[in-house]
Each structure stands twice: as structure tokens, then as C-alpha cells.
Design a protein around this ligand. Structure first.
Ligand SMILES: [Mn+2]
Length: 425
């Protein structure tokens, strides 16, 4: 039995302001090429096919066209489960009909896990969509299902009775799975910021799935191998956040034979890479002169101490797909990533910690309250000194304060139409 394991396509997703549909189409063409070359019997998509429960029309059309091509033209059976980003009911609408075309979709969890059996290969695929304990409770009313772990254990215990002796079994599942060592709480596990796990409550230990020959997982975007190598996350289709910049994305080509399991990792070409550049503005620009950017998604870590004028604008001139910048010199709690805001807004306005960019508090301090005048509002020079302190982590030196005072004085004069000599223009 030969099949391809992939997950987390997130069709319809954007990277900051950039829609990724073109990148996704490009990647899917590479996948089609691979299917033509390798001729696997099945393609497994382990959840998060779409990025949202109600995906954009283009994403629905893309999935429809792609899966039809794979199933009809290439004769590959396509096995899909819903992930937490998908709407299970929507995704599996019409699934009994699709089945005739070779497309199998499991949207909502069922007590008896949906099985797709490949008779000639004597292999059964078990399609377990993303579930929550609340979804499983009505299915197992006699059992206590208070956690994801208890839910998974109930499902595994119940379904074991349907296993055909001597045959191979593959589980397809979506969630936060690990193969924990004895006495291991999972506390020190690392996460990508694409899929946050709140307090690890959704962590599921894979030991109850020990009876499977391969477990095709989705949800964590970094490809990884768990336990003795039978349990694997294929990783997402593309790099979907800056934290994924160094990950190698790809698919798993799996072969299950009488001799055992063979997994080959295959990287598919991507339209644009996502990379992080680090250095001073000049260093980054110089490096780009030597090796010009080819349209990658770029996030810049700026290391210089001094102030930089319009760094976003200057970087954008050479990196058309600039995702954002971050000043590394600033203190952690003050930095906050400067991601671009939504497309609808001015792309040059970026978000950062409120202390810097938010307009000053309304001048209520300046108003007489209860007959007593409170604190005076800050002057522009004082505000600049605060900004300097925030950026440089040191007070504004006296010589620089003088420069700012002069500049402020000059600006005021110009604003009032008065030249330095006092002549009204
Ligand atoms: Mn997910």
C-alpha cells in the first residue's frame, strides 16, 4: 500500500496582508506532478483543508477542481478529515455521493470511526476528524469523557473490535498528539504559534493508538516523527507564520508492505519562500544588493541602536512582500511585533506597543478638576525624550535634547509663518 500523507492546507489563508492562493495553486500543481510520478493508491489530507469554517469561494473552487482532478483523472483515492479550522458538517456535505468518485470525507466524529478499506492491499484507513470532549460525550454516555485524552481512549477502545486480523491499519487524525514517555507530563513541549494550545488541555498521548501501523497526523505545522516512527505529522503545506521560516515543508510518501513501514520525505517546490533577515538596515540592504530578493515573504529583524527613518518604506523598496519588522534592541515587553495591518488599512501604518504610537491620552490632566489644576501635559520635547528612552533604553542626552529643542522651536516658527529673524512672511 502506497499513499501520500499531507495535512494543514489552510486553503484561503493569507500571510499578513498577502493572500496565498497563488502559492497554494503552485504547490498543488507540484503535488499533482508527484502523484503522476509516484502513482500512490491514496492521498491523505489530515485536517485543516480550509483555513476557516466558511472559506472564500476561490478556496472552495480550488479544492473542488483539485480533488476532482486527483480522483477522476489520476484515479487516486482521496481521504480527508476535518480539522479544527474546518466546519465538519460543511466539509462533509455530500460525502456519500463523493465516495463513488473516490473521495472520502469525515467531517464530524462518530462512535464507529469511518473506515475506508483497500481490499487488494488489505489495508484499512480510519478517518477520525478533529473532536472535542463535548462532541464525544453523547456518543459514550456511559463513560466519563472529561478530557481529550479520555475521549481518544474511549474511541480507540471501542473501535478495536472492528479490526480485521492480519490486515494493516492507518489512523488519520487531527489534534495535538504526542507519544509521551512514562511519567512525562508534556509540559516542556514546544509549539509553533500557528496552533496555540491553551495550557496543554488538548494534549493527547498516542499510546492507545499503538495498534496502528501508521498514524497520519495533522494540526502541528512543523513536520515531526513521534514514538517509534509510526506516528507522524506531515507538517503544513506552506510556511504559515514567521515562526515557521526555518521549517522544511513537504509531504510523506508512505509505503506499508509485509516487510514493514517505509516513509520518504518529499519537499515540493513553493512559489515564494518565507525568510527572516537580521541586521542593521544598511546591512540588510547591502546583502540584498549582492543577492537580490526574488519576491520572497520577508520579515526583518533590525539590530541597530540608532533611530531609523522609515524602515518599512525603505525595506519595501527591495522586498515587495515585506511581512513586517522588529527592533531587536528593545526590551521584550516593549517590542511587540510590528506586523502590517489588514489590507484595508494604510499598509505603512503598523502595529506596535501602544505606548509608542497611540496618540497621547486626552488632555484631561490639563483640565481644572474640582478647582485644582492637576499634572501638566507633556511638551513635544518631553514626549520625544520618552520615545527616545523607550527606543534606546537610556535617557536622552543633553546635546541631543538641545537639537530637538531647536528643531521644535524652528518647526513652531515655520508653522506660524515666522522666520527665525522674527519677520512675518
Ligand atoms: Mn489544526
Amino acid at each position: 500500500m502506497k499513499f501520500i500523507h499531507t495535512a494543514d492546507w489552510h486553503l484561503g489563508r493569507s500571510l499578513n496582508e498577502y493572500p496565498l492562493l497563488e502559492d497554494q495553486i503552485y504547490w498543488l500543481n507540484g503535488l499533482e506532478q508527484l502523484l503522476r510520478e509516484q502513482k500512490p493508491e491514496a492521498l491523505v489530507i489530515a485536517g485543516d483543508v480550509y483555513d476557516r469554517g466558511i472559506p472564500p469561494v476561490e478556496a472552495v473552487t480550488l479544492l473542488d477542481q483539485t480533488l476532482t482532478r486527483f480522483a477522476r483523472e489520476l484515479g487516486v483515492k482521496v481521504l480527508v478529515i476535518a480539522g479544527n479550522h474546518d466546519n465538519g458538517a460543511r466539509l462533509s456535505f455530500g460525502s456519500r455521493l463523493y465516495q463513488e468518485s473516490g473521495l472520502y470525507v469525515a467531517g464530524a466524529p462518530e462512535k464507529e470511526i469511518r473506515q475506508v478499506r483497500f481490499e487488494r492491499q488489505q489495508t484499512t484507513f480510519w478517518l477520525l476528524p478533529y473532536f472535542t470532549p463535548a462532541q464525544l460525550r453523547p456518543l459514550f454516555p456511559e463513560q466519563e469523557i472529561g478530557s481529550y485524552q479520555q475521549g481518544f481512549e474511549a474511541l480507540m477502545a471501542y473501535n478495536r473490535q472492528f479490526v480485521r486480523p492480519g490486515e494493516k491499519n492507518v489512523l488519520v487524525a487531527h489534534g495535538f498528539f504526542q507519544y509521551l514517555r512514562q511519567g512525562h507530563s508534556g509540559d516542556e513541549l514546544l509549539f509553533s504559534d500557528s496552533e496555540l494550545s491553551v495550557g496543554g488541555a488538548d494534549l493527547i498521548d498516542l499510546h492507545p493508538a499503538d495498534w496502528f501501523d501508521y498514524v497520519a497526523l495533522g494540526h502541528l505545522h512543523a513536520p515531526q516523527v513521534l514514538g517509534d516512527g509510526r506516528f507522524r505529522y506531515s507538517g503544513s503545506m506552506l510556511k504559515y507564520s514567521v515562526s515557521e521560516a526555518l521549517q522544511k515543508k513537504g509531504v510523506n510518501l508512505v509505503e506499508l508492505t509485509g516487510e514493514g513501514l517505509q516513509v520518504q520525505r518529499i519537499e515540493l517546490p513553493s512559489l515564494r519562500n518565507l525568510r527572516v533577515v537580521t541586521g542593521s538596515l544598511e546591512q540588510i540592504l547591502e546583502a540584498n544588493r549582492r543577492q537580490p530578493d526574488t519576491g520572497d515573504y520577508v520579515f526583518a529583524n533590525l539590530t541597530q541602536e540608532g533611530g531609523v527613518l522609515n524602515p518599512m518604506g525603505r525595506l519595501r523598496e527591495v522586498f515587495p512582500c515585506l511581512l513586517g519588522i522588529e527592533f531587536l534592541s528593545r526590551k521584550r515587553e516593549e517590542q511587540g511585533r510590528m506586523y502590517l495591518q489588514d489590507r484595508a488599512e494604510d499598509p505603512y501604518v503598523f502595529r506596535t506597543s501602544a505606548e509608542i504610537w497611540e496618540p497621547d491620552a486626552p488632555p484631561e490632566d490639563d483640565m481644572p478638576q474640582g478647582g485644582r489644576r492637576k499634572k501638566k501635559a507633556k511638551t513635544p520635547v518631553e514626549l520625544f525624550a520618552d520615545f527616545y528612552q523607550l527606543l534606546k533604553e537610556e535617557p536622552l542626552p543633553e546635546n541631543r535634547r538641545k537639537l530637538i529643542e531647536q528643531a521644535e522651536h524652528q518647526a513652531r516658527l515655520e508653522e506660524n509663518g515666522i522666520e527665525e529673524g522674527g519677520t512675518r512672511l
